[in-house]
Design a protein around this ligand. Structure first.
Ligand code: HEM
Length: 269
C-alpha cells in the first residue's frame, strides 16, 4: 500500500454490489382488452425476436441463455390498483442494458395510446448476507426452475427498505437474515431465512436489486420474483405472511412493500 495509507473500504466497489445481469419488467395496463388483443400479440412477437423464451426454461439447461423474454397475464383482480392492476406483463433479461431499453421503446411505440406501460428495472447480484451454511439451506436445496407448464404461477413484489435500514452497517443488517436476538425485545427470533424456510422447496425465487442503487426517490430498492406450481400457491401466501410477522422476522419492520402482482406465465400474449 503506497505511503502506508489505509485503503478505504467501499461496499459498492466489492463483488457484491456489482450488477451481473439486467432485467426489465414492463407492466401493461390496457384500456380495452378486446380491441387491443391483436395489437398486443403483434407487439409481443416483435419484441421477442432474438430472445430465448423463458417459458420453457427449466433447471436442466447447462448453458443459460444470455437474453431471455417471458410473457405473463394477471389474474383478474378488481381490487388492485396501479402496477398490481396491470393485466399484461413482459420481462426481458440480458447482460446489455441498452438492449432492454430498446425493447421498452419498441413496446411503447407499438402500443401507442392503447395501453400504458410502467417499467421496473432490476439487476441480478451476488448474495450479500449469505454464508456457506445459509447457501446450503436456502439455495442449494431450493426448488429448481420448472417450465411455465408446471410452475404456472408468478408473484412479483417490488419493495424498498427504510432509511433506518440503510443507515445500519452491513454487518448489523446481516444478523436479520439469521436466527438472532431481537435488539428491541431481547427475544430470540427466527430471522428472514428460517422464517421463510417452508418455501425453499416449493417456490422458485429470484431477487433483483435496483441497478442504479438504493434509496432512489420514486423507485424501489428490490424486485422479488417467485414461481410455483398450482399446488403451492398457498406456500407463497404463507411465507409472505410469516415474513411480515416482526415477532419472527424483525427485518420486516424496515420493509416498505410495493404492490403485489400475481399472474400466470404464458408462452406468448
Ligand atoms: C421462499 C423462501 C425464502 C427464502 C429461503 C429466502 C431467503 C433469503 C436469503 C437467504 C436472503 C439473503 C440474500 C443475500 O445474501 O443477499 C434473502 C433476501 C431477501 N429476501 Fe428472501 N427468502 C424467501 C422468501 C422471500 C419472500 C417471500 C420475500 C418477499 C415477499 C423475500 C424478500 C427478500 C428480499 C427483499 C431480500 C433482500 C433483502 C436485502 O438485501 O435487504 N424473500 N432471502
Amino acid at each position: 500500500m503506497p505511503n502506508g495509507t489505509l485503503a478505504t473500504y467501499t461496499p459498492s466497489q466489492n463483488h457484491v454490489g456489482v450488477n451481473l445481469t439486467y432485467t426489465k419488467f414492463l407492466f401493461v395496463q390496457v384500456r380495452d382488452d378486446e380491441a387491443i388483443g391483436a395489437k398486443l400479440r403483434t407487439a409481443g412477437s416483435s419484441i421477442a425476436r432474438g430472445f430465448f423464451n423463458d417459458f420453457d426454461a427449466d433447471g436442466t439447461r447447462d448453458i443459460q441463455a444470455h437474453e431471455t423474454i417471458q410473457f405473463f397475464v394477471s389474474d383478474r383482480r378488481t381490487d388492485a390498483e396501479g402496477l398490481a392492476a396491470a393485466r399484461y406483463l413482459v420481462q426481458v433479461s440480458g447482460k446489455y442494458r441498452p438492449r432492454l431499453q430498446e425493447v421498452e421503446l419498441e413496446l411503447r411505440r407499438r402500443l401507442g395510446d392503447a395501453g400504458d406501460v410502467v417499467s421496473l428495472d432490476g439487476a441480478h447480484r451476488n448474495p450479500r448476507y449469505t454464508s456457506a451454511e445459509l447457501y446450503e439451506q436456502a439455495y442449494r436445496r431450493a426448488q429448481a426452475r420448472q417450465s411455465g407448464r408446471q410452475a404456472k404461477n408468478v408473484f412479483i413484489l417490488p419493495m424498498s427498505k427504510t432509511a433506518e435500514w440503510w443507515q445500519m452497517s452491513a454487518l448489523d443488517r446481516h444478523a436479520y437474515f439469521y436466527p438472532h436476538v431481537d435488539g428491541k425485545t431481547g427475544q430470540p427470533v427466527h430471522g428472514h431465512a428460517r422464517t421463510a424456510e417452508g418455501g425453499v422447496q416449493t417456490l422458485h425465487r429470484r431477487l433483483f436489486h435496483n441497478p442504479d442503487g438504493y434509496e432512489r426517490k420514486g423507485e424501489f430498492d428490490f424486485i422479488t420474483y417467485f414461481e410455483c406450481a398450482d399446488e403451492h400457491i398457498g406456500a407463497f401466501d404463507q411465507v409472505h405472511q410469516a415474513l411480515r410477522d416482526t415477532s419472527k422476522n424483525p427485518e420486516w419492520a424496515f420493509v416498505e412493500e410495493g404492490p403485489l402482482w400475481r399472474g400466470t406465465r404464458l408462452l406468448r400474449w
